[in-house]
Write a protein that binds this ligand. Structure first.
Ligand SMILES: *[C@@H]1O[C@H](CO)[C@@H](O)[C@H](O)[C@H]1NC(C)=O
Ligand SMILES: *[C@@H]1O[C@H](CO)[C@@H](O)[C@H](O)[C@H]1NC(C)=O
Ligand SMILES: *[C@@H]1O[C@H](CO)[C@@H](O)[C@H](O)[C@H]1NC(C)=O
Ligand SMILES: *[C@@H]1O[C@H](CO)[C@@H](O)[C@H](O)[C@H]1NC(C)=O
Length: 682
């Protein structure tokens, strides 16, 4: 078991060594129980605040209590040495406990902080002043941290330490000179926030970072953090450093007092007020910046595209296909031009010419056109989903990329009939269903296991049995917006086959075709912070695949879904308007090359309320042999994993290339929980 609960009578705490998330809270409660030698007060309730803010409050409260050790004694310098040693031991013991709490929180955040810092350096290269400020902050953080490490190291060696060493350290820590911790903390604060109430001006570093993060996130591949998570990670780093500074100063006053160097009650009190005020002042702009920050997480392109690993394809939806006019009509005539045939079929195989030497398109043919009369065709391997590697016309035009032709080229020549009619070879698009054509989307819903309090934390596309599924990652919801990382898992896919009995087209899965091959690009989310995503599904609206998200109500403080079987609903963007002001706009895509051929990385192109059609690649670029956009199948999860307030499908790519379709996630909005904790009455 790893949970804690409160009831009206007393706080009850149970901890286990395996707790992964939030052990710090347990530690803090445990610490207060152990060390304060008083029953836990009934008002030690779980608060609506984020973990770092919570820790700051708990640690400072714990430190205050430590003053009891030193305050009970007389101030006189004539205090006996053994007693002094004993007090020193107690103070250092308490320090050890407090440090442990800080370290533990720091460890939990370390990975995410490192990610955030890395991305600052990668996207801020062009911004000199910001980089200078970041360096300044890093420098200050390092200086405070190294002094803090030094202080921690005194505890285990206290018996061998000279008294003078401790006194010297304490005096240095609180002295008012330019290298003291006091000064460093002031500097940290000023660099971070600028003057007071300058929330969106250039002097507020948090604001600058957040706005730049969004601005550059399109161009530079960033870690899997939303701008809001990124800001919070940086804040956590700074807040924990300030907490270290504060702790050092408090314990320094205590040590000085133990050794009879003075009263210091007044000094400590002043410093404490200062720290409290500063914390409150930081939270205000932090909340403001977090409120404005984007909460979207999307996956950048991988360093190298790999089929079936980072992307997958819809195959043979509409594919370039060469057919003679004589076979495009039932009368075996050649009286029209190729472009006359905009929707037809392959009706025969006149005299067993080229038509007999290639697999016939048994589906429908669309968009036929004339390119040139005579050509060499390079057929693809038997097991390929392509029909042709390339086609080279006598006039020099090449469709696709000419290379070595393994199976040997076939010469294909148009002919004249009675000098009047030219029986031309046309270039058409074949819409043929078959074993080589993967064009299915799952329509069954994917739900997180709400009975076990699981919520959706990530998404990815998966092609299984030729069907595309939107798979969900789920995890157990914990108090205050956290999820239990040891429960993270991808929920098993419903692995049916389209040929299975009682699997129905249009019910269980959707089949793309010439007429029905659009997919809506929407962000489906809620502004109501009491709901999180617990399911996804596709439905078909008109000829469009349309995304839906299931949202369920949660209790943020306890981390429980509230009767999810009752308090859940499906949300979607039902807009099918194609003409009005608020119409769904189509992303144009034609004549595109394979998205894997570009050397640049994709950037998100679509916005909410748009759609795109699956289509064939360009004639010249690929002989229209592939279907674009491709489907990005990388995991889309955030670091740290959090509940989601929404999900989306979007299109990313580059001009001239087919691009990728991919899911995105919208992280839960933590802004309302950036608040000053209520005062604890210890
Ligand atoms: C997290 O999940 C693991 C595995 O199910 C469980 O043992 C542990 O108690 C959970 N932790 C919390 C904080 O609920
Ligand atoms: C220390 O100073 C505080 C406030 O100035 C005073 O109330 C307290 O009595 C002093 N303690 C001792 C032991 O002199
Ligand atoms: C700060 O934000 C407020 C409200 O959004 C806006 O009116 C103001 O112009 C902004 N100031 C600067 C300097 O950007
Ligand atoms: C087709 O088969 C060849 C050899 O039989 C193999 O090397 C190649 O990888 C296969 N291609 C596909 C797309 O399966």
């Amino acid at each position: 078991m790893c949970y804690y609960s409160t009831n009206q009578q007393h706080a009850e705490i149970k901890a286990a060594p395996k707790c992964k998330r939030k052990p710090l809270i347990l530690m803090l409660f445990a610490a207060s129980l152990l060390f304060l030698s008083q029953p836990a007060p009934t008002d030690a309730v779980i608060e609506d605040v984020l973990d770092v803010i919570h820790v700051v409050k708990e640690v400072t409260t714990g430190i205050l209590k430590a003053w009891d050790i030193v305050q009970s004694s007389p101030l006189a310098a004539n205090i006996e040495f053994p007693l002094m040693r004993e007090k020193q031991r107690k103070v250092l013991q308490r320090l050890k406990e407090v440090s442990r709490q800080i370290d533990q929180t720091e460890q939990q955040h370390a990975e995410y902080v490192a990610l955030a810092i890395d991305s600052v350096t990668s996207y801020m290269n062009q911004n000199g002043p910001v980089i200078a400020k970041m360096n300044d902050i890093t420098d200050t953080i390092n200086r405070i941290s190294s002094r803090y490490e030094q202080m921690k190291s005194y505890e285990p060696h206290q018996d061998k330490l000279e008294m003078a060493t401790l006194i010297q350290f304490a005096e240095w820590t609180v002295s008012p000179n330019a290298h003291s911790v006091q000064h460093l903390m002031d500097r940290l604060h000023l660099t971070l926030l600028g003057g007071e109430d300058k929330i969106n001006t250039s002097s507020n570093l948090l604001y600058q970072l957040a706005s730049n993060y969004e601005k550059f996130s399109d161009q530079i591949c960033l870690p899997q953090q939303s701008a809001q998570q990124f800001i919070y990670s940086l804040y956590a780093d700074i807040a924990l450093t300030e907490l270290k500074g504060y702790t050092m100063m408090e314990f320094s006053w205590m040590m000085l007092r133990v050794y009879g160097k003075g009263n210091y009650t007044q000094e400590a009190e002043l410093m404490r007020q200062n720290y409290e005020k500063r914390t409150e002042r930081t939270l205000k702009p932090l909340r403001e910046v977090m409120r404005r920050a984007d909460r979207i997480v999307w996956r950048c392109d991988p360093p190298k595209h790999k089929a079936a690993v980072t992307y997958d394809e819809i195959t043979r939806l509409l594919q370039g296909y060469i057919e003679n006019e004589v076979d495009l009509n039932t009368d075996e005539t050649c009286r029209e031009t190729c472009s006359f045939y905009q929707a037809t079929r392959s009706e025969g195989c006149f005299k067993e010419l080229f038509c007999a030497r290639q697999p016939k398109c048994s589906g429908r043919l669309f968009d036929c056109q004339f390119v040139d009369s005579d050509m060499w065709v390079c057929p693809s391997a038997q097991n390929s989903t392509r029909r042709y590697e390339y086609v080279e016309y006598e006039n020099g035009r090449v469709l696709g990329q000419r290379g070595q032709c393994v199976r040997g080229t076939t010469k294909v020549d148009s002919w004249w009939r009675y000098l009047f009619w030219h029986c031309s070879y046309c270039f058409c698009m074949c819409d043929e269903q078959g074993l080589k054509s993967d064009r299915f989307f799952n329509l069954r819903e994917s739900l997180s296991d709400v009975k076990r309090n699981r919520v959706v934390t990530g998404l990815r596309f998966v092609k299984l049995n030729r069907i595309f599924h939107l798979q969900i990652q789920e995890a157990e919801l914990l108090p205050r917006g956290a999820v239990n990382e040891s429960t993270l898992e991808w929920r098993k896919i419903d692995s049916y086959n389209i040929f299975d009995r009682d699997v129905k087209k249009g019910v269980d899965y959707h089949t793309l075709s010439y007429e029905s091959r659009s997919i809506d690009l929407d962000d489906i989310y809620t502004d109501d912070n009491s709901y999180v995503v617990t399911g996804v599904r596709f439905r078909v609206v008109g000829a469009h695949l349309n995304l839906e998200a299931r949202l369920s109500e949660l209790d943020f403080r306890t981390g429980q879904l509230i009767q999810p079987e009752v308090n859940s609903f499906w949300k979607s963007n039902d807009n099918t308007d194609v003409s009005g002001d608020d119409r769904r706009k189509k992303i144009p895509l034609s004549n595109a090359d394979l998205p894997t051929r570009t050397i640049t990385t994709s950037i998100p192109i679509s916005r909410h309320n748009q759609y795109i059609d699956f289509t064939y690649t360009g004639l010249d670029k690929d002989a229209a042999q592939s279907t674009v956009p491709f489907i990005d199948i990388q995991d889309v999860t955030s670091k740290p994993p959090v509940p989601l307030s929404g999900i989306g499908i979007y299109y990313k790519g580059r001009q001239g290339y087919g691009g990728f379709l991919a899911p995105k996630i919208i992280t839960y909005d933590f802004t309302p929980h950036v608040i000053v904790p209520t005062k604890n009455k210890f």
